[in-house]
Design a protein around this ligand. Sequence first.
Ligand code: EPS
Length: 397
Amino acid sequence: MIRYFTAGESHGPALSAIVEGMPAGVPITLEEINRQLTRRQQGHGRGGRMKIESDQAEVLSGIRFGKTIGSPISLLIKNRDWENWTTSMAQFEKPDQECAKITIPRPGHADLAGRIKYDFDDIRPVIERSSARETAARVAAGTVARVFLKALGIEIGSYISAIGSAAEPSPDEKLAALLHEGAEAVALQADLSPVRMLGKATEAQALSAIDAASEKGDTLGGIIEIFITGVPPGFGSYVQHDRRLDAALAAAIISIQAIKGVEIGTAFENAGKPGSQVHDEFHLSAEDGVSRKTNRAGGLEGSMSSGQTIHLRAAMKPISSLLTPLRSFDVETLRPTPSRFERSDTCAVPAAGVVAEAVLAPVIANALLEKLGGDHLNEIRQRLDLYREYIRNTFQS
Ligand code: EPS
């Protein structure tokens, strides 16, 4: 099974990740890891830090001659901004001159609870590790699992359906055509837009909403639509809480900084309808076997993959660092004071879509490994082919 960890402070020397449990024989290129890192840096509304950084990964272990070798893969992404922080983020020497101590928590951030939990007299360490900069390491790690899935015909892609009040009505036909090619086609199409939207009219509204928020010193959140194609039925299980695939996917999404909600299929709309208008009926045909005309369940039934496209939606709150300060207080003097501003983005929803794609990859890869086992890509591919054939033979007359 794949496990991974990340390390690194936002303004420390580097971010790193160790990915353990990747099967051998998976062809990995640095170009693909770096392509995903670049995607994560894009999007209208990103702040000054993205002008400094140009994220590139170094591979320190686990890959030989362009293929995984089954041993832990370690990845390093250097922070270019580190050179501006060597004093205030020094690992050992406390600077002679006092570093500006941060004692005013930003509402919405980890600042206050983190300061209380770890008993810091300075909020800086909380800001450093809770920063969404950490997601660069998760994208690098997730890309390794994602490439493994792609080699097995399983793809992940996302687009943005809302930024602030600029919301896109579901582009059903266009989306269906893209999903027919595979979920990566959705991501590639979305990447053509500076807000990763599929419709031009909503894109224009979103762009001006971000500009208006930026001018006011405010921030915007939004909604991310994520799709996974090529997953056969029966990944995950209903038999135990910790084997439920829907729960694992939702947990991965919620673990992304600033994501506060997750929906599977049209769950919230379904809640207001009678069952007869919700459940996706079965249709049988000699050619296609079992098929459905709808996918309101979002490709997950009984906590297992149903064989349809997996569809998740994520709600991202507006970023908590505002140029126009919110009400706060000084934890030392206990005097009310406006919140302090830490450089930030106006909107990072397009980037969060890229992160969402990456964090789902290890979850699906683990569901696959749990179902089929295997230590080498070829071995796993043979098992998956057999499983797909068994499903075809069972339901086609
Ligand atoms: C980010 C890097 C950070 C922030 C942002 C995401 O860089 P800095 O703190 O130096 O500006 O721009 O993080 C947040 C907005 C946050 O609240 O955590 C990145 O690499 O994505």
